[in-house]
Design a protein around this ligand. Structure first.
Ligand SMILES: Nc1ncnc2c1ncn2[C@@H]1O[C@H](COP(=O)(O)OP(=O)(O)OP(=O)(O)O)[C@@H](O)[C@H]1O
Ligand SMILES: [Mg+2]
Length: 369
């Protein structure tokens, strides 16, 4: 046996002892349909391994947009989720999204660092859904623009929302070390999975997270996020339409959408409702893409990558491919991420692949020094 093989064999045997750096952080993604928890470790070769994962479904109406409606339900889900995760780690990274957050590209005149910062605050003020001094704002320069200035992408969240989520998560006995934007976490996983391919100059990708209450539509170009829009349509839109048209409750409507008539067939009426929601959603998408094309005069995309539970709606990928005229694929985090087979079963893999990406991306953040 060569030396390399011996090293590889030892590494396989004692796996966890080879993790480098500080012990990671637990990613907690509070979505409308469920709270998801992930713990990953960075390995010596730079790749990530999913150590633990859990998810707890939330009853209807627990959160609406970014407002917590039923504190007790969230707290119960957090406690159950941390228990299910079975980790001794108590440090957490949470993700925020919704109407009290903002991700936006700004075209600025440029100048010194200080001048750019002034311009960011000046410009951001018009787009922020709250007064500027009530928010946490960060930005990064993503490139030069044609006018000789710079383009920046800003991320912002209202302080009261940051505090309310932090407070409720900490009531379950953990410490929130990082508050991030959910979209940034999705991008973490996207970059990790796609590797060099998306970093290449001149390549443009669409990345979409189809959740329950909303869809995050992102354009990623030359290795950075250049456009972001939160569209208020997701899996819940279909569920609510089924409830309304078929006179059933939330749980029944979810089941009809996901499991159909019980023998794996989706009834014709449900397919019809799904198609109606697709029409509204695609009209909204088209408007968004037309806006991007008209403001940048760029038309071609190199691909579209999907994640989120909503992407599992039958026929969605195909219909989207027709609309976009570009290849549409589902993001598979496990093409770049190994996992602990003792804690994560084969049955969990498909579910995590669609719904767990944001939690995994949050867990990939490194702990602040
Ligand atoms: N097999 C399936 N077929 C169709 N829809 C599905 C399937 N599985 C899950 N969904 C839908 O996916 C959605 C949940 O996805 P996800 O977990 O990504 O959302 P979320 O993070 O809870 O919501 P949000 O990010 O909008 O707050 C629900 O609307 C659910 O009905
Ligand atoms: Mg989500």
């Amino acid at each position: 046996m060569s030396l390399k093989n011996i090293v590889d064999t030892i590494r396989d045997k004692i796996g966890d002892a080879f993790y480098v750096g500080p012990k990671g952080i637990i990613g907690v993604d509070i979505g409308l349909s469920a709270v998801k928890f992930a713990e990953v470790a960075k390995q010596s070769d730079g790749s990530y391994k999913l150590l633990n994962y859990s998810a707890v479904n939330l009853p209807e109406g627990t959160i609406i947009e970014d407002e917590i409606q039923k504190e007790d339900e969230i707290l119960k889900a957090l406690q159950a989720g941390f228990k299910g995760l079975n980790s001794s780690n108590r440090f957490v990274c949470i993700g925020l999204s919704g109407p009290n957050t903002l991700i936006k590209r700004l075209q600025l005149a440029g100048g010194s660092e200080e001048e750019i910062q002034d311009q960011v605050f000046w410009e951001a003020e018009q787009y922020l859904p709250f007064p500027i001094d009530e928010g946490n704002i960060s930005f990064s320069v993503i490139g030069e623009n044609q006018g000789g200035g710079v383009d920046v992408i800003i991320g912002a969240a209202k302080k009261t929302i940051v505090e309310s989520f932090k407070e409720i998560v900490e009531r379950s006995g953990v410490k929130v070390k990082i508050v991030d934007l959910s979209a940034a976490a999705t991008i973490n996983v996207f970059e990790n999975v796609m590797g060099e391919e998306v970093q290449t100059k001149g390549k443009t990708w669409i990345l979409m997270d189809l959740g329950a209450q909303k869809t995050h539509f992102m354009i990623y170009k030359n290795g950075v996020l250049v456009f972001f829009k939160e569209i208020s349509i997701g899996g819940l839109t279909i569920t609510e339409e089924i409830q309304r048209q078929m006179g059933v409750n939330y749980v029944e409507a979810e089941s009809l959408k996901i499991h159909g008539d019980g023998s794996g067939n989706i009834p014709e009426e449900i397919v019809e409702i799904i198609n109606q929601v697709f029409d509204t959603f695609f009209a909204e998408l088209k408007k968004t893409i037309d806006f991007w094309v008209s403001s940048t005069s760029e038309e071609a995309f190199d691909g579209c990558i999907l994640t989120g539970g909503g992407a599992q709606v039958p026929g969605f990928t195909e219909a989207l491919q027709e609309l976009l005229e570009t290849e549409v694929q589902v993001l598979n985090p496990f093409s770049a991420l190994s996992y602990n087979k003792n804690n994560i079963t084969e049955e969990m893999i498909n579910e995590i692949a669609f719904k767990g990406v944001c939690a995994i991306g949050l867990a990939m953040r490194s702990m602040p020094k």
